[in-house]
Design a protein around this ligand. Structure first.
Ligand code: DGJ
Length: 729
C-alpha cells in the first residue's frame, strides 16, 4: 500500500524513494509535515515548532494559546482571510460579501487506481502500474463549501499528484475568486528555484534563483501556457547538480493561464503554490455545483536533477501520452513550411515528397495554406474547405499520390483561430472573442474563436471530420498562433469563467476528434513551443518544440525542455541554411544530430540540397531507426550545459546495453584546449566498447575517467559516440 493512514489523521504517501506526509491536527488544520527522501511513516508534525509570533494572530480554536497561528504553520490548503497572511490557495466570496475561507479536515477515503478530472487531462493507470488515490475532504468553517483534495500516488514512478475539487453543498451561490491546485510548504532549509522562461522562438531557457523573502513568481495570462513561462518548476537544495542533491518538481497539467510562486516567510518557511492564474478568474458556484482545478504532478529526487527528469519523462511518456503513437514508432516526416511557406502547388509538393520518399522519409506534412483564401497569414482561418484550385485537385487525390509513394500524409490545422477576412467571420463575427463596443486586438492579424461555445466546437468538429474522412490523413499538426485577450463570450459565460472554459473547450474538441480518428498522430504546436505542457501531451504525444530550427539555438531550447518533457515529445527538424530564424549556417550533419534528440523530421526542400547532403539524409534516417529505442525510451542525461564551448547529452537504454553520446561544439577557439567528456548511466561493472576509439573499458572507467577526443572539433561540428556493452557472461 502506497497510502498509509494512522489514527485516522496521519497520512503518509510512500513512493519507492520518497515520502509525502500530512497530519490533521487537533484543530483539524491539515498540516504539511514532510516531502522528500523516504521516511518510515512516523508522525513528523513534532518537527513543527510553534511560537508566539507578534502580529501573527490566533484562530478561535486556539483558546488563548498564543503560540498557535495559521500564519506560521505549514499547510496543505492555506485558506484566505482568516489569519494566514502568506500566499493563499483558495479565495471565496460569500453571498453577504465576506471573503473568508477557512477549511478544516472532515474526512478521508482511499480509493484504488488513479483519479480522473472531468473534462481535463490527468495521469492514467497503464498496464504496468496503477496509481492509488487518497481523497481528503475539507469543510469550510461557516459555509457549505467542501473542498476535496485528491492525492494520487504512482509508487514505482516516484510521483505524487494533487488536484482540487470545490463543491457548493449549500443553497447560496458562492464565488470562487482563486483556486490553486497545489501548495508545498518547506519548513526547513534554503532552496533554489529553477524556471523555464523565454519568448517566441527562444523557449524554455533555464533560470535559477535563490528563494528568499522577495516573491518569485511566474505565470501566464495569455490564455495558453505560453512561450514566456513554462508551467513547470523545480525547487532544489543549493548546489544541486545533475547527480547530487534534493530536488522537487512541480508540473501543472494545464494549457491555459497559470501561476507559480515561491517565497520565504518571516520564520524561514518556504511556500510554493501552483494552479490556474487568479487574474480574470471567477467562478460562481450555485447550489450543487462544483469546480475542478487541474492536476499538479509532483516528483522528488534525492539524487539530483537527472533522476528527477527521468521520473518525469517516464510518467509523461507512459501515463500521460495516449493512443497508438504512445508506443508505435513515429514516422520520419518532412514538413513543407520552411520549404515553401504559402507558395506551393501540387507540383511543388509532389516534388518534395518524391525526393523525400527516395531518401527514406516516411511522411509528408502539408502545412498552412491549403484551405480557404490563404496565401498569406492575413486571411482564411476558419474556412476549413480545401482550396482545390491551389492544390490542383482534391486533397484525397493528393493524399493518395503521397500514399502511393509509400509515405504517410499529414495536414496542418489551426482550429482555435479565425481571420476577419474569412467567410466564417462574415457569418459569425460573434464567435470570435471581442468586447462589444471595443475594437479587438489583432495578433498575426487574427482573432481567437470562443471555444467555450458548443456551436463553435461543433462547427470545427464537423469541418475537421469532413476533411479527415475524405482524404487519407495520418497526422494532424494542431497549431495555435496568438495569445488570447479581449475576453468576452457572446455565448453567455461571465468573463471570469471564459479563459478556463475556453481551454476546456479546446480539450473537448481534441478528445472528440481523437475518438473519431483514433489512428491519428497529433503534433501539438503553438508558434512552436507556446503550449508545450503536460496536458497537451494527453492528446498529442509530440509537440513542435520551437519555431526556431537553428541547431545551435535548439541546444538550449531542447536542454531546457528536457528537464520535464521526454525526448519523444520534442518535435525537432533539420532545416535549411542560412537558418531562416537566425541566419546562421551549421553543418548538415550537426543539424541532424540535434534533431535526432527529438521526434525527428525535415523542414526544407531536399531538391535544393547537395548530393552529399542527400547521402547524409539517408545516413541520418538510418541512425534514427538504429537508435530509436535509445532516443525515445532510453534515459536522457545532460552531460553539459548548453552555454559552454560544447553541449553534450547521452541516451542509455533500459538494459544499459548501449549508450549514445552526442556532442556539439558551440564555438571555436585558437589553440583549442582538448575536449574531455564523462559518460553517464552505464553499468559500472560491464565492459563497453567506444565507437570512437574501439577501446573496451568498464562502465565505471568510462563514467569516472571519461574520454578525451584525439582532436578538437571545429565550430558547430558534432559527433555521435556509441558505447556498446559487451556480452555479460
Ligand atoms: C507556426 C508554426 O509553428 C509553424 O511551424 C507553421 O506551422 C506556421 N505556424 C504556419 O502558419
Amino acid at each position: 500500500m502506497a497510502i498509509k493512514v494512522s489514527g485516522e489523521r496521519l497520512f503518509t504517501l510512500q513512493t519507492k524513494d520518497s515520502s509525502y506526509q500530512m497530519y490533521a491536527d487537533e484543530k483539524d488544520v491539515l498540516l504539511h509535515t514532510y516531502y522528500g527522501r523516504r521516511i518510515d511513516g512516523e508522525n513528523l508534525a513534532e518537527l513543527i515548532v510553534r511560537g508566539d509570533v507578534g502580529f501573527s494572530g490566533n484562530p478561535p480554536q486556539a483558546q488563548g494559546d498564543r503560540s498557535y497561528s495559521l500564519d506560521c504553520l505549514p499547510q496543505e490548503l492555506p485558506s484566505s482571510g482568516v489569519g494566514d497572511y502568506r500566499e493563499d490557495c483558495i479565495r471565496l466570496r460569500h453571498a453577504d460579501g465576506s471573503t473568508a475561507a477557512d477549511f478544516r479536515f472532515e474526512s478521508y477515503e482511499v480509493l484504488p487506481g488513479s483519479y480522473r478530472i472531468p473534462g481535463m487531462p490527468a495521469l492514467y493507470d497503464n498496464e504496468k502500474e496503477k496509481g492509488e488515490t487518497l481523497v481528503i475532504s475539507m469543510r469550510e468553517a461557516a459555509s457549505s463549501i467542501v473542498v476535496r483534495l485528491y492525492y494520487g500516488v504512482f509508487e514505482e514512478e516516484n510521483v505524487i499528484t494533487r488536484a482540487v475539487r470545490v463543491e457548493n453543498r449549500g443553497k447560496e451561490p458562492v464565488y470562487l475568486d482563486k483556486c490553486l491546485s497545489c501548495c508545498l510548504d518547506y519548513s526547513f532549509g534554503e532552496l533554489e528555484l529553477m524556471t523555464f522562461v523565454g519568448r517566441h522562438a527562444m523557449e524554455r531557457t533555464v533560470e535559477r534563483n535563490p528563494v528568499g523573502h522577495t516573491k518569485l513568481e511566474i505565470g501566464s495570462i495569455r490564455g495558453a501556457s505560453s512561450h514566456q513561462y513554462n508551467p513547470a518548476a523545480i525547487l532544489c537544495s543549493p548546489g544541486t547538480t545533475e547527480d547530487w542533491g534534493d530536488c522537487w518538481g512541480m508540473c501543472l497539467v494545464y494549457s491555459g493561464n497559470f501561476i507559480f510562486s515561491a517565497q520565504q516567510d518571516q520564520r524561514g518557511l518556504i511556500r510554493a503554490v501552483m494552479g490556474i492564474h487568479p487574474t480574470q478568474f471567477c467562478f460562481c458556484l450555485k447550489e450543487g455545483e462544483a469546480f475542478d482545478a487541474p492536476q499538479v504532478i509532483l516528483s522528488h529526487s534525492g539524487q539530483g536533477l537527472a533522476r528527477l527528469s527521468h521520473q518525469y519523462h517516464r510518467i509523461l511518456r507512459e501515463h500521460m501520452c495516449r493512443g497508438k503513437y504512445r508506443d508505435v514508432k513515429r514516422p520520419v516526416l518532412i514538413n513543407n513550411w520552411e520549404a515553401t511557406y504559402f507558395d506551393f502547388d501540387q507540383e511543388k509538393l509532389l516534388a518534395i515528397a518524391e525526393k523525400a520518399a527516395g531518401l527514406g522519409i516516411e511522411m509528408l506534412v502539408l502545412d498552412d495554406g491549403w484551405f480557404g483564401k490563404r496565401n498569406d497569414d492575413n486571411s482564411g482561418l476558419g474556412d476549413w474547405f480545401v482550396n482545390e484550385k491551389k492544390l490542383g485537385g482534391s486533397l484525397q487525390q493528393l493524399g493518395e499520390k503521397i500514399h502511393q509513394m509509400g509515405m504517410k500524409f499529414g495536414l496542418w490545422f489551426e482550429p482555435e483561430m479565425i481571420s476577419e477576412d474569412s467567410d466564417l467571420y462574415r457569418e459569425h463575427p460573434d464567435w470570435a472573442f471581442q468586447i462589444p463596443g471595443r475594437q479587438p486586438n489583432r495578433s498575426r492579424n487574427q482573432l481567437v474563436l470562443d471555444m467555450s461555445r458548443q456551436e463553435v466546437r461543433e462547427y470545427l468538429l464537423e469541418r475537421m471530420t469532413n476533411i479527415l474522412s475524405k482524404a487519407p490523413i495520418d497526422y494532424v499538426k494542431w497549431d495555435m498562433n496568438r495569445s488570447v485577450c479581449d475576453i468576452y463570450s457572446h455565448g453567455g459565460y461571465s468573463a471570469g469563467e471564459v479563459y478556463h472554459r475556453h481551454i476546456l473547450g479546446v480539450y473537448d474538441l481534441l478528445e472528440r476528434l481523437l475518438e473519431r480518428f483514433p489512428h491519428l498522430l497529433l503534433e501539438g504546436c503553438s508558434g512552436g513551443g507556446g503550449r508545450f505542457d503536460a496536458a497537451m501531451l494527453y492528446y498529442s504525444p509530440q509537440i513542435w518544440c520551437s519555431d526556431n530550427t537553428d541547431a545551435v539555438n535548439r541546444l538550449s531550447i531542447q536542454y531546457g525542455t528536457s528537464f520535464f518533457y521526454p525526448v519523444s515529445a520534442v518535435g525537432s527538424h533539420v532545416s535549411a541554411v542560412p537558418n531562416h530564424q537566425t541566419g546562421r549556417s551549421v553543418p548538415f550533419r550537426t543539424r541532424g544530430h540535434v534533431a535526432l534528440a527529438g521526434s525527428f523530421g525535415y523542414e526544407l526542400d531536399l531538391n535544393r540540397v547537395t548530393q552529399e547532403e542527400q547521402e547524409q539524409v539517408k545516413e541520418q534516417i538510418a541512425q534514427f531507426h538504429e537508435y530509436y529505442e535509445l532516443t525515445h525510451t532510453g534515459s536522457y542525461y545532460r552531460l553539459s550545459e548548453p552555454a559552454g564551448r560544447l553541449c553534450a547529452w547521452a541516451f542509455v537504454d533500459e538494459r544499459k546495453d548501449r549508450a549514445l553520446v552526442t556532442l556539439v561544439m558551440t564555438s571555436a577557439e585558437g589553440n583549442p584546449a582538448p575536449v574531455h567528456l564523462k559518460v553517464k548511466g552505464l553499468d559500472p561493472d560491464r565492459q563497453y566498447r567506444c565507437s570512437l576509439s574501439g577501446a573496451v573499458r568498464s562502465g565505471r572507467t568510462w563514467m569516472n575517467g571519461g574520454l578525451t577526443l584525439p582532436w578538437t572539433p571545429g565550430e558547430y561540428e558534432s559527433l555521435l559516440i556509441l558505447f556498446e556493452g559487451m556480452e555479460v557472461r
